[in-house]
Design a protein around this ligand. Sequence first.
Ligand SMILES: Nc1ncnc2c1ncn2[C@@H]1O[C@H](COP(=O)(O)OP(=O)(O)OP(=O)(O)O)[C@@H](O)[C@H]1O
Length: 303
Amino acid sequence: MTDPILDIRNLSVSFGRLRALDDVSFMVAAGERLALIGHNGAGKSTLFKAVLGFLSPKAGAISVAGHIPGTDAARIAITYLPEVVAFPRSLSGREVLAYFSGLRNAPKAQISDLLDRVGLTEAADRAVGTYSKGMRQRLGLAQALIGAPRLLLLDEPTSGLDPVSRHDFYEVIAEAAARGAAVLLSSHGLEEIQSRTDRVAILSGGSLRAVGTMEDLAREAALPTTIRVTALQGEADRLHSELGGRRLNGCRLEIDCTPEAKLALLARLGTHRDVLQDIDVAAPGLDDIYRHHSRRSDMEESE
Ligand SMILES: Nc1ncnc2c1ncn2[C@@H]1O[C@H](COP(=O)(O)OP(=O)(O)OP(=O)(O)O)[C@@H](O)[C@H]1O
């Protein structure tokens, strides 16, 4: 990996006797989007607070663009969007961004562009108290983009947003990453992040269970790719006896294979194409991968 902006090494954080984070290590590079997932209480917010410099680690180290969290240099490098944003209700969206631009010593000239980018141009001069939750969240994202931060920390940024707003939100995040920002975001929306982030880190009970691309995680979990075949009427029995798999109904068959064996199986299916109606290839999704790692950690805890 080149140029890590966030570098977390062997991080442990405790609250009294509770170890909220236990020996967690990972990096986020410039231009990379890493999603942190984990059940309630897994330690996501604790990790964010440690990166922001609000909590002192019991052990380990964090570097933000080469600086220790909590220092002025680290603070300048990071922007943060909490799950629930609260801005003064009487200020307009434009005034909120002007205020944060002043705090970050960023040019006010970018405010109109940011408002436009998050779809708030028309509402820019209205009081924030009249904004919907989605509009406040979009204003929060604009706030987090002020001053071209090197690390964007987004804590469940899309909770409560409708599907179109979510899509637009991830587009804006992708643009920030394309400009070189490192992005660390937490989310419970597994489906939405699997195609919109570069890598995923799975946290469970304060420990990092896995980190990697979707392909890495699927390979590591040894989860199969499933090929669903729909045969022409009366042909499913013959296909089943030749190819194996599970019969779903009179004409459908489901065959599991390793990702490496997928092409060979599709080639074999090609020799039966005169009796096939349809083929559907389903790679393991993030929900399958997450379930696999959660099961593993449950088993380890009961040992
Ligand atoms: N200030 C605190 N004092 C004591 N325990 C705490 C404190 N903050 C967090 N914890 C505990 O640390 C663990 C991790 O909490 P954290 O808030 O980081 O989880 P999370 O993954 O963000 O959960 P969620 O998805 O519900 O937001 C939990 O057991 C929580 O109860």
